[in-house]
Design a protein around this ligand. Structure first.
Ligand code: LLP
Length: 422
């Protein structure tokens, strides 16, 4: 469900006609619907109503301060994977006791920052990290609350790049060595064992991998209890998929039902780290058609948006629907929608049936709210796109478009190159 719909053949976000917005703010431009964000967060969170839980939105999916602030105002916490994400979360007003910190490679500087902020817990991914966090907490004279991220070795049946809970992946501690790692953690003076964590992958469209992982975690928690280690928080990560094309992912309510069934008789507070399912379909990327061209073998729509703005199609072969902002009864053609970047991998859509468009027309790349802007870059020295939040009939620029000056602001030419001599 989302709030992007046609009215009199014009694509609207809530009550804002996107063509008007594109003309005013310019393109490329990410547009998020406040109503959709609110709805998705509430649907997910309320699926666990009555059960002690915390919904920690995964910042990597969409890290705009306004978006984080909205979820914070709804009682949400966040899942972070870097010092930068912690900084963003704190700037957005997320309370430290609602922040969980995952990631295989936390630096000492990042660990210190999170200890100073006194976050809810570190999800630790290796025994060396455990020792490092213990040592840093000792230096601060505090105890770090920790969970171990366990790798349950289940196949999430998703794209290999975003599958994270199999033995061959770099994430977490092997489930078979987990009890030993927990015993080591218990013996350390400056960590307090509070949780078990796992995250098996992203864009999952079936419930069974979640349930399989949970069964294994439950067994682990029982084993830990048997050796006197009590688990207060069970963090099940994120991963619920969305509809980009023809997928049929489970609704949050079905997901919740399956999880709660598996957890009967357990008394942990649940933590979830959803990203995509909350923001994915709440955002679109607007683009303007620059040129069209037809070669002997193909037709191309060349837009002002490119792989630097949305890398998902190039990186994972992901499907994003492409829709015209003004629907006209024009003949359909098979086209590639491409950007101006100097790589053949720079495409938004391939071999897609689309109504003919002309230079100056606008397009919307749908389902771009997750891992869209956050994965964007300045490749080809392209300033990053603007981000806009729509609420009812109003819109707010929540990140201005970068300028050419922004592109070079961190760079310096050393003096030896600055002389006039050639
Ligand atoms: N928690 C952890 C520890 C994660 O690594 C992730 C995502 C999440 C939660 C949120 O997962 P979600 O609910 O959004 O599936 N760039 C890729 C997705 C990478 C996901 C990485 N981890 C894409 O564009 O599809």
């Amino acid at each position: 469900m989302h709030h992007f719909h046609y009215h009199n053949d014009e694509l609207y976000c809530e009550r804002v006609p996107l063509r008007e917005l594109a003309a005013r703010v310019g393109t490329p431009c990410y547009v998020y619907s406040h109503a959709t964000l609110l709805h998705h967060f509430t649907v997910f969170d309320s699926a666990f109503e009555g059960v002690p839980h915390l919904t920690c939105f995964s910042v990597k999916a969409n890290s705009n301060l306004a978006v984080l602030r909205l979820f914070g105002s709804l009682g949400g916490g966040v899942d972070i994977v870097s010092g930068g994400e912690l900084y963003r979360a704190r700037q957005a007003g997320i309370a430290p006791d609602k922040i969980v910190y995952s990631g295989v490679g936390k630096t000492l500087e990042e660990i210190d920052y999170a200890l100073r902020e006194n976050i809810l817990m570190f999800n630790i991914e290796s025994t060396q990290e455990l020792e490092a966090i213990n040592a840093r907490a000792a230096a601060f004279g505090c105890r770090a609350r920790i969970a171990l991220r366990v790798n349950p070795d289940v196949d999430p049946n998703t794209h290999p790049y975003i599958s994270t809970g199999m033995k061959k992946n770099k994430f977490g501690i092997e489930i078979d060595s987990a009890v030993k790692a927990y015993e080591r953690a218990r013996s350390l003076d400056h960590v307090e064992v509070v949780g078990v964590d796992c995250h098996i992958g992203s864009q999952l469209t079936e419930i069974s991998p979640f349930v399989d992982a949970l069964k294994r975690l439950r067994l682990l928690i029982e084993k830990l209890e048997a050796v006197g280690i009590t688990i207060q928080y069970l963090d099940l990560g994120g991963g619920l998929g969305i509809v980009y094309d023809q997928e049929a992912p489970p609704e949050p309510r079905e997901y919740a039902r399956a999880i709660l069934r598996e957890l009967k008789g357990m008394h942990c507070t649940l933590i979830f780290e959803p990203g995509r399912v909350i923001v994915g379909n709440a955002g679109v990327l607007l683009a303007r058609v620059l040129y069209t061209k037809r070669t002997q073998s193909k037709s191309f729509i060349i837009t002002d948006t490119a792989m630097n703005d949305l890398i998902r199609p190039s990186l994972y072969g992901s499907y994003h629907q492409v829709q015209p902002l003004r629907r006209q009864s024009r003949e359909s053609h098979i086209v590639d929608v491409v950007g101006p970047i100097c790589e053949s991998g720079d495409f938004i859509a391939k071999d897609r049936g689309l109504p003919m468009v002309e230079s100056g027309d606008f397009l919307a790349v749908m389902s771009a709210g997750a891992y869209g802007f956050t994965m964007s870059s300045n490749y080809n020295s392209r300033p990053r796109a603007a981000e806009v939040l729509v609420k009812d009939d109003r819109y707010f620029v929540i990140r201005r478009r970068e300028t050419w000056d922004d592109l070079i602001q961190c760079e310096t030419i050393p003096a030896f190159l600055s002389s006039d001599k050639q």
